[in-house]
Design a protein around this ligand. Structure first.
Ligand code: FES
Length: 309
């Protein structure tokens, strides 16, 4: 006898019926399948090397969004998407040709910094995220190309063709936006992976060992319930404790490099200050949860995370 499977329900909204339900399921499956499309890997390696080799200096961290504490790319894309959507509205309103062309041009120009921020984020992601991200980028590149041609045609008085190209561009941009949403929310690219930490811990003080368990200057892993911790004892005697999984993509900070009061993540090189978890270098844009530490008279080390529980 076969096992019951959710009493005939299908994945998806549960609203669509018949062929629409199957279409909805197929859409979700194909979006998920993009992340497993290994054929894209031949392209991903060379493109990643190019993006990582761009001489951006500390501006790379600005593009990641480190100064604002979350990825910059989703904020920047509001400008071209808003301009293009507004142009589409004007395209169906009589007497607004000049305004529509201006908005199409604004969208093309402002897509450039948005794309640059997206590429630098993309170059530091997991394989499945990079595959989806590559298709997302191609969709947006097609949109930019269509809108650029639309702007040229509109300028030469071929308004009808310009509008057609604009609506085609909007379809491509919409597809890209859907893939961007999948990347951000389904695949969690850009989300702060340390956010759940306070919710996984009980409030109060917890023992993690004795001072002599922690060799000076070395990264030691401890676990507090489900949460791994990075414990480092400094030469001056202080013991510093951060959540052990990197806020960027959960890299193991306990395998990172300890130097100058900081830890560098072994996966993509984000740097966090050990004393307070502050985010010194990207691609991470969120700090690491930092624990208060106390040592009792017998050398027992206890930690407490403010806000836990
Ligand atoms: S997981 Fe990417 S920098 Fe840590």
């Amino acid at each position: 006898m076969s096992e019951p499977e959710c009493a005939g329900l299908v994945p998806g909204s549960g609203i669509a019926q018949g062929p629409f339900a199957r279409a909805e399921e197929a859409l979700l499956s194909s979006l998920d399948a993009l992340g497993r499309l290994e054929k894209l890997d031949a392209l991903i390696g060379p493109v990643q090397r190019v993006v990582r080799g761009l001489p951006l200096g500390r501006f790379r961290d600005v593009l990641h969004g480190l100064p604002i504490g979350h990825p910059l790319h989703p904020a920047l894309v509001q400008v071209p998407m808003g301009a293009w959507l507004s142009a589409a509205v004007l395209d169906v309103v009589p007497g607004t040709r000049r305004g529509a062309r201006l908005l199409v041009g604004v969208g093309v120009l402002t897509a450039v910094p948005a794309a640059l921020a997206g590429w630098v984020d993309w170059a530091e992601q997991h394989e499945d995220q990079m595959r989806t991200g590559l298709v997302h980028a191609v969709s947006i590149a097609v949109a930019v190309g269509l809108y650029a041609r639309s702007w040229v045609h509109r300028g030469r008085g071929r308004t009808a063709r310009g509008k057609m190209l604009g609506f085609a561009g909007l379809c491509a941009a919409g597809t890209g936006a859907m893939l961007g949403g999948h990347l951000a929310y389904r695949q969690a690219a850009g989300a702060n992976k340390s956010e759940p930490v306070p919710h996984l811990l009980d409030e109060g003080w917890h023992p993690v060992g004795r001072v002599e368990d922690f060799p000076v200057g070395e990264a030691v892993r401890r676990e507090l319930g489900e949460v791994p911790l990075l414990v480092v004892r400094q030469a001056g005697g202080s013991v510093q404790v951060l959540a052990g999984r990197c806020s960027h993509l959960s890299g193991p900070l306990t395998e990172g490099t300890i130097a100058d009061g900081c830890v560098e993540c072994p996966w993509h090189g984000s740097v966090f200050r050990l004393s307070d978890g502050a985010n010194i270098r990207g691609p991470a844009t969120a700090p690491q949860p930092s624990f208060q530490v106390r040592v009792d008279g017998a050398g027992g080390v206890e930690v407490r995370l403010p806000g836990a529980g």
